[in-house]
Design a binder for this molecule. Structure first.
Ligand SMILES: *Cc1c(COP(=O)(O)O)cnc(C)c1O
Length: 368
């Protein structure tokens, strides 16, 4: 095979990429039963009706490019977050922000630090930039292990990802942990706090940890998204709150020019204006999350306490088997990919009927 066209990072990474080419999603023959999508941490509910009105209103403009400065949405987000408008960079989902963070900071010979298990896009970042990936395990409560992370940092570490709540384990960082990161991650590394589930922790009364991040002397950014609590996963809108002019300029340079489309920008503005709708989604999700948690306990599983719209749990069986057995019943879940987590599944919280169907099938699978 001729791979000389690739740079060194891609030459190294390609054999594994080819070996792991993903199969397509399981095919379901025509059948009236619904497919329960409990595998991607999507929102089970539609976004606010205001979102649909905005999309309809702006559809006649789609032959034009979107606002490349995202003026309206960053203005609204400045009010929502308290950050200055010139410290907010929009992304094509926070996934684009994750990729950009790697592009800005990593090189061959540098290191990136993240927990394992955590959000898989982080790891890919190290690979595509030829950087070394350092990983540390997580705490018993499912939060990332800050002390362990700090102990692994070297002067080559340029990028640190801290997800709170951690996906897939759902645990949140305490304020002291965020303070430790803020103080002890050296100024030579960009510290990212990934708050993809911010609206869920806020609803539960947690303190706004953005205020702690603001105390950091070194470079930092906070990532948030419209994909989870606002129900806009399919439109791809995330944003970066940047700690300094340099961090802001770095993300601006790394992003693609018209990265957030017209409909996504107006939808995000409309979604922000309907805070009640979002809170309603969050509160319903928390009710179902508790049902899943209790159900899993009574089935003899060990769920992590979660502050997000998903729950991970250790089960008596291999996660792969549970996932496949549930897929036969048209319930999609995911498994946690990390050493020691072979029996750990992750379930996205859906609606009441999803909870019932999931627990019913789990009962059958575990009784086999
Ligand atoms: C879902 C998720 C994201 C990414 O969401 P986007 O849809 O790309 O905005 C980022 N980080 C974590 C931890 C997530 O769970």
């Amino acid at each position: 095979m001729d791979i000389n066209f690739l740079n060194n990072a891609f030459k190294d990474a390609l054999p594994e990429q080819i070996a792991n080419q993903k199969q397509t999603d399981p095919e379901f023959e025509a059948d009236n039963r619904p497919i329960r999508r409990m595998h991607l941490n999507e929102c089970a509910y539609l976004p606010s009706p205001k979102v649909f009105e905005a999309i309809k209103e702006h559809a006649p403009r789609i032959h034009r490019y979107p606002d490349l400065h995202w003026n309206e949405i960053t203005h609204a987000l400045s009010n929502y977050t308290g950050m200055a408008q010139n410290r907010i960079v929009m992304g094509n989902g926070s996934d684009e922000a994750i990729v950009a963070a790697g592009r800005i900071t990593l090189d061959t010979g540098s290191e990136m630090l993240a927990s394992m298990p955590s959000f898989p896009s982080y790891y890919k970042n190290a690979i595509v930039n030829g950087a070394k990936l350092l990983t540390t395990g997580i705490q018993k409560n499912g939060a990332i292990d800050v002390d362990l992370m700090l102990s692994r940092i070297t002067n080559k570490t340029k990028l640190v990802f801290a997800a709170t709540p951690n996906n897939p384990t759902g645990g949140v960082l305490g304020n002291e942990d965020v303070e430790k990161l803020v103080e002890k991650v050296p100024d030579t590394a960009l510290l990212i706090l990934d708050e993809a589930y911010y609206e869920f922790t806020k609803y539960s009364g947690a303190e706004n940890q953005l205020n702690i991040m603001k105390k950091r002397k070194g470079p930092w950014a906070v990532f948030r998204t419209f994909s989870k609590a606002y129900g806009l996963a399919g439109l791809r809108v995330g944003y970066i709150l940047c700690g300094s002019e340099e961090v802001y300029a770095g993300f601006q340079l790394a992003r693609s020019t018209f990265n957030v489309n017209i409909l996504a920008q107006v939808a995000a503005c409309a979604a922000l204006k309907d805070e009640r709708h979002m809170q309603d989604i969050v509160s319903k999700t928390i009710v179902e999350r508790q049902r899943i948690y209790d159900g899993l306990i009574s089935l003899g599983c060990r769920p992590y306490p979660s502050e997000a719209n998903f729950i991970s749990a250790f089960t008596p069986l291999m996660a792969k088997k549970i996932k496949e057995d549930l897929a036969k019943e048209r319930i999609l879940i995911s498994q946690v990919n990390a050493v020691g987590f072979e029996k750990c599944i992750r379930i996205t919280v859906g609606k009441k009927a999803d909870t019932k169907a999931f627990l019913y099938e789990m009962t059958k699978i575990l009784a086999q």
